[in-house]
Write a new protein. Sequence first.
Length: 411
Amino acid sequence: MVKQWLQRFTAWISQSPTPRDARRSQHPAWIGIALSLYAFIAIGVAEGGLGVLLPSIVTTYNLTPATVTFLFVSQIGGYVTAAIASSLLSARIGLARMLLLAGVLLSSAVLIYALSPFWWLMVITGVALGLGIGLIDAGINTYIVSDSQNANLIGILHGFYGIGALLGPAIATTLLALGFDWRLVYLVIAAIVGIFVLAVLWIVLSNYRPMSIRTLNSHDSNSSNLRLALRIPAVLLTGLLLLVYVGTESAVGNWAYTVEAVSRGTSTLIAGYSVSAYWLGLTLGRFSLGYFLAKLGASRTINLSLLVLTIGLLLWWLVPGQWLSLPLIGFALAPIFPATIWLMPQRVPSVLVPATIGFVTSVASLGAATIPTALGWIAASIGLTSIPVVLVGLAIALLLIQHQLTRLHRA
């Protein structure tokens, strides 16, 4: 019975709606925007809560800072698959059905995290989590940027990710402080993602036009677009920039609690809400992105953000025990990703935008696994105090990559 159900679900999910079907839908545009904003809240909660839960997971499964990073490593397979398949899958089955598949993968993965009695099962499940987040990230970014009427919403979209990332550690800290087990946090996250799945299911069943029409290009054409995009140096540099950026953002979010609570002896409550302050800074920065873009332009905004990021990380490293550095780091990180995505239609031909954004956003998600993992192994070798030092080096690397990308664009 289970096998038959899976076969029917696979056949249904692969049925591509036609433009004629889509014309039957008369739903207003705000529905797709609202779903996009909630999707980013959901993946923000899913990613943001992990940092506060890491010490509890380490204790439950008797792990070390190095071995717990296998949870990040396992997500790499999902991110890589999303990088390759997002534009192709969206073209084949439509954005709405791709988001439904991604939501099912993500909610199932988080639910297994909550219920798994075995560490190895959590590690394997990370592949599904990475794939789900990668497909949602790439699909929603492409949906917003590809519509010229929605392109200016990119800062708000990523601001809602900040809201989710702010809520994740706040929920985790509060429930742990009340004496609940860390697994309950993942049950709450599964419920939050489950709402997204139900919303996308409605979108699919109602043939909501903006998200239901599949790309008319053939599979070969979309594969060709991806190959063409990968030949553009600006695309590769952008992918590298966002990989290091997302890795830095994720590393601060995942390791700041451990650095504060374990290495520096800060109380668990203060350490948890310090992480929330970091995400609050990122959220405020995302919502103010429109102001900075209007005043400075995208490239100058990114350059200024990277400079402030370096100062904030130096402050966190050299002056422990203060509250300013983490929210400052979050605020500085905020504009970099959405401003870079906003620039992509100006840097590549319009026909290559979906493949380009699908690639760079999924590669960026790869950074969320590789860089926190590397920091965990470094911390296991020479101590948790090394984490802020390495992050300063990553900020300098970001400055260099952005400088090269700007020179390439001007040329």
